[in-house]
Design a binder for this molecule. Structure first.
Ligand code: TXA
Ligand code: MG
Length: 317
């Protein structure tokens, strides 16, 4: 079936595919997801196969309302209720003790489950059409760049999914912020599309879980979001050599010199716009002539934190 426009008819059909145990790629406000019935273990297993994803990396469940999302948890601290009330639907994932109905394949055997309510209207309509929570990781091959358009999904996964719903470019462009709770207090597992500063206004100081030890979030695999070419993070104005084999990813101003490719994340210097364009710019460097990508360091506040997190992982070989 391949890639189709996200019309009401096609969304209805996608819902039927999910109910029958199939896999559908769909847009969310962050990145495209590869969705299956989150309560059907065999359907979830196909997600891992299509992505080439190891089974120890758990999936996020997507629901169409906070009330339904909360049913997937067995215990919800006050701070989590406040965050859900303020930020759902939106780019926030909460990790809490799972309800009995959540299958082990979704959580990779963990006692906790990751859940969010996306705000993209196609995503919400699809969850409603399916009538069950969708388990959905980002719709890329494991460890590669995340997709922010249907074309990105097709380029990486081809005919793997039973359907790719094309809902245009994603608005936020980096994955959701993942928060868990320890003794009722918020702990950051992955910086993402919702700035930590926003979360702190509602729930107080957020502790940061450093990578190391058991993988907590995707993140904790140091190498992730890998472009084909080597990527090096540099300061603006650093002495790097331009050339046809080199790409330059700037924050807000073009670099001097003749480069194989240049992308400016946000001419106006907006971190929000930079996040929205990050993966599309990196995807545009996926050409065999490009052997190295120089990426400018961005301010590490607001969405800059999520961007720097993805760049740092992309720079690990
Ligand atoms: O914005 C997003 O979050 C996108 C869209 C599609 O919703 N999804 C996404 O999924 O980024 P994924 O699978 O690429 O990253 C989610 C990460 C997993 O890699 C996993 O490590 C972490 O969430 N995660 C899931 N369940 C967890 C749990 N119980 N404890 C800790 N981390 C968990
Ligand atoms: Mg991912």
């Amino acid at each position: 079936m391949g890639q189709v426009k996200a019309t009401p008819d096609n969304i209805r059909q996608a819902g039927a595919i999910i109910r029958a145990g199939g896999v559908v790629a769909f847009p969310t406000e962050t990145v495209y997801g590869l969705g299956a019935d989150g309560l059907n273990p065999e359907a979830c297993a196909r997600i891992f196969e299509i992505k080439g994803r190891p089974r120890f990396d758990p999936l996020i469940l997507h629901e169409c309302s906070s009330a339904r999302a909360m049913k997937l948890f067995s215990d919800v601290p006050h701070a989590a209720k406040k965050l859900a009330a303020r930020f759902w639907p939106g780019p926030l994932t909460l990790v809490l003790p799972k309800a009995a109905a959540v299958p082990g394949i979704v959580t990779s055997g963990l006692a906790t489950v990751a859940v969010r309510v996306p705000s993209n209207p196609v995503a919400l309509a699809l969850i409603k059409a399916a009538g069950r929570p969708l388990a959905a990781p980002s719709a890329n091959r494991f460890g590669r760049l995340s997709p922010t358009s249907a074309a990105h999904v097709r380029a990486q996964l081809g005919r793997g999914p039973d359907m790719i719903l094309d809902g245009g470019k994603t608005a936020i462009g980096v994955e959701s912020t993942i928060i868990t709770f320890e003794s009722g207090l918020p702990v950051l597992l992955r910086p993402g599309g919702l700035a930590i500063e926003e979360i702190e206004k509602v729930a107080g100081p957020v502790a940061v879980k450093k990578a190391g030890g058991a993988p907590l979030a995707p993140g904790c695999l140091a190498k992730h979001y890998a472009p084909r070419a080597r990527l090096e993070i540099i300061e603006r104005g650093a002495a790097v050599k331009p050339g046809a084999h080199a790409a330059y990813l700037a924050f807000s101003g073009k670099p001097a010199g003749k480069w194989g490719a240049v992308k400016v994340l946000s001419p106006s210097g907006s971190l929000r716009e930079a996040a929205a364009r990050l993966f599309a710019c990196l995807h545009s460097f996926e050409r065999k002539e490009i052997k190295i990508i120089y990426a400018e360091s961005l301010p590490a506040h607001g969405l800059g934190r999520a961007i720097m997190d993805r760049l740092r992982r992309a720079s690990k070989r």
